[in-house]
Design a protein around this ligand. Structure first.
Ligand code: FPP
Length: 264
C-alpha cells in the first residue's frame, strides 16, 4: 500500500477582519490548511438553556454565528465549508421547533445572500428540497443560482440531509442510468452523490461535546480528521476556529498507509 503522509503546518492566523464583505486575498492561504471543513453545529439548545432562554433563541444565536465562522475560515484559505443545518432526523423534533428552524433558514438566506455573493461565496444545497416549505425552497434555489459562478469559497448547507439517504439516492441514480454492474466502483458512486462536485472533507468539527457523526457525510468522511469541542455552536468563535485548525495541523494523515519513517 502506498504511504501517503501529509503534515499541515498552519499559517499564522490573520488578525480579526471587519465583518463585511470578505474581500481580497486570503491572508492565511497556504498549502496546509484543510481544503474542506464540515461542521456539525451542535449545542444551540444547551447554550439557550444555560442562559434561561428558549431553544429558538439558541438556534437564532447559532444562525448569527455562521458569518463570523465563515469569515475566519476564509481568512485561513479554506475553500469549502459544509454546515449541517437540518438533518432528515430533525423532523422528529417538536413541530414548533421544526417551524422555527425553517423560519431561521429563510431569514438567514434572505439576509445573507447578498453578503455571501459580494464575498465571492458560492452556495450549494445538500439534501432533499422538495418537502421543504415553498418559500425556503425558492430562496435556496435563488441563492444557489445567484452565487453559481463564485469561486472564493463554496458553502454547502446540508438542510434536510441524511448521509444514508444520500447513498440510497446515489444507488438509485446509478440504477436508473443503467450503468452495468462491472462499471460501478467508488468513483462512480461518489459521482452520483449530492456532493459529486465537492472534495471530501479533510476536517469534521462537532461543537457541543458529542462524539458522533449523526448521519452526516457518511461516505465522504472516510478519511476526514475529526475534531470535537465542548463549546456550544453559538460560542464557537474565531479563536475556536483557530484551535480546530491547529489541532488539524498536528494530525498525521496516512490514509491507511504508514508514516514515511516506518517504511524501512
Ligand atoms: C443542534 O443543536 C442544531 C441544530 C439541529 C440546528 C442547527 C441550525 C442552525 C444553527 C440554524 C442554521 C440554519 C441555516 C439554514 C443557516 P441542538 O438543538 O441539538 O442543541 P442541543 O444538543 O444543545 O439541544
Amino acid at each position: 500500500m502506498t504511504t501517503v503522509e501529509m503534515r499541515h503546518p498552519l499559517p499564522a492566523a490573520a488578525p480579526e477582519q471587519p465583518p463585511t464583505p470578505i474581500a481580497g486575498p486570503s491572508p492565511g492561504l497556504g498549502p496546509c490548511a484543510p481544503l474542506h471543513v464540515a461542521i456539525i453545529m451542535d449545542g444551540n439548545g444547551r447554550w439557550a438553556r444555560s442562559r434561561g432562554l428558549g431553544r429558538q433563541a439558541g438556534h437564532r444565536a447559532g444562525t448569527e454565528n455562521i458569518r463570523r465562522v465563515l469569515e475566519r475560515f476564509c481568512e485561513h484559505g479554506v475553500r469549502y465549508v459544509t454546515l449541517f443545518a437540518f438533518s432528515t432526523e430533525n423532523w422528529r423534533r417538536p413541530p414548533r421547533e421544526v417551524r422555527g428552524l425553517m423560519g431561521l433558514a429563510a431569514f438567514y438566506l434572505r439576509r445573507e445572500v447578498r453578503h455571501l455573493h459580494d464575498s465571492g461565496i458560492r452556495l450549494r444545497h445538500l439534501g432533499h428540497l422538495e418537502v421543504l416549505d415553498r418559500g425556503v425552497q425558492q430562496q435556496i434555489q435563488e441563492a444557489v443560482e445567484l452565487t453559481r459562478e463564485n469561486t472564493r469559497m463554496t458553502l454547502s448547507v446540508a438542510f434536510n440531509y441524511g448521509g444514508r439517504r444520500e447513498i440510497v439516492d446515489a444507488v438509485r441514480r446509478i440504477a436508473a442510468a443503467g450503468i452495468p454492474l462491472d462499471q460501478i466502483d467508488e468513483r462512480v458512486l461518489a459521482a452520483h452523490l449530492d456532493t459529486a462536485d465537492l472534495p471530501d472533507p479533510d476536517l469534521i468539527i462537532r461543537t457541543g461535546g458529542e462524539m458522533r457523526l449523526s448521519n452526516f457525510l457518511l461516505w465522504q468522511s472516510a478519511y476526514a480528521e475529526y475534531y470535537s469541542t465542548e463549546t456550544f455552536w453559538p460560542d464557537f468563535d474565531s479563536g475556536e476556529v483557530d484551535a480546530a485548525l491547529t489541532a488539524f495541523e498536528g494530525r498525521t494523515r496516512r490514509f491507511g498507509g504508514l508514516p514515511d519513517d516506518h517504511q524501512l
